[in-house]
Design a protein around this ligand. Sequence first.
Ligand code: F0G
Length: 435
Amino acid sequence: MAVWLRSLAEHRGCAVKLTCVECELTYHPDDDRTRCDCGSLLDVTFPIPQLSNTTVFTERMTSWRTPDASGVWRYRELLPEFAGQHIVSRPEGSTNLYDAPGIAQWVGVDQLWLKHEGENPTGSFKDRGMTVATSHAMKVGAKMVACASTGNTSASVASYAAAAGVPAIVFVPDGKISAAKLGQTVAYGAKIIQIRGDFDAAMTLVQQASQKLGIYLLNSINPYRLEGQKSILFELLHQLDWQPPDWVVLPGGNLGNSSALGKAFSELRMAGILKALPRMAVIQAEGASPFYEAYRSSFRGFEPMEADTVATAIRIGNPVSYPKARRAIELTDGVVEAVADAEILDAKARVDQSGIGCEPASAATVAGIRKLVQQGVIKPGDRVAGILTGHVMKDAETVMEYHLGEGSKGRELANRPVVIDPTIDALRSVLADEL
Ligand code: F0G
């Protein structure tokens, strides 16, 4: 699965740097540090080319081969230079953009698209970041890779590390990740450390492990992860013939994805592809909403919180990428909203029963759009693109609880399986109202 990236059409010379987001100190691009000496986050920076036309991206779509078949590397002019390097690719991306009229009506807008990042190789958007960061890990000669995770990052790390032939170690909160995500990570062969504590504790430990033991860190604090995740926006705009929607809406947990999209917006503008920027809306679960609280205080302060939500993927109280996500909101005149678990679960049932399906954290996108329409922030005539971040099969426990559990009785959308004897009469009586 590792392929050689031979040439970059029109690619500029190597001037890639790691640049501190606060003090602007720069480091060599192959330094495997994830923070500046001043303690702040790093960006991967490089000269953004002027792209007079985008036909090269469309031409590459006729190829079945990596890198062109990858919905990340297809946009390589907008990524840091990797020419002449091995890249590790499944390949990822090329996810569907669904026109979702039924959900549009439910949330109250005329035009809603849902970009399904659950259609990536391991079932979440993490693969887009992982192809770039794992390739960088191999480039710098990493002996082992690691992450802390609520389940999707760990599945993706485990898969890409296996593809690259490098050992992986993952730190997950004990009992707080779905069986499917844990199962995936077990299956791909990563070493799994279950922490007596939450994701935030696991994140602290993995950063120490990376610094003290020299293990390459694959969390989204690694700026190469964000480079890959920018391609969600590149591909989404490509699918809309580069006509930007009015809004791009996504869930926020550790805030890596919000940060990546913010960087993508700004670089697409520099490349001359976007003139006006869409507004970004980041949706958090009420029980895990430190970014929302900071936004409400006009970013005057930031308080971590102890997180709890049914959407375990975003059960995060101290997001590491807060400064970059704040920058993205400010850049795009964006908004941050929080939704209750009940709203997330109802939105998920709507997305699921439209035939598209997604995991709970992804449904926060749809619940958030609905809430923002009710508040008059998103207007009914706005063109809205929502990101669904993970696959419906990522969390079967929550599906079963919603449809069969204690609270399911009064639920409009509850879909309870029926048990019958194997006779046609028994079947007839079950279907009496429908046939
Ligand atoms: N949606 C899903 C399905 C996720 O798995 C995550 C994060 C998010 C949204 C939030 O994205 O952290 O970039 O703001 N999952 C991480 C993990 C934390 O470990 O899998 P974010």
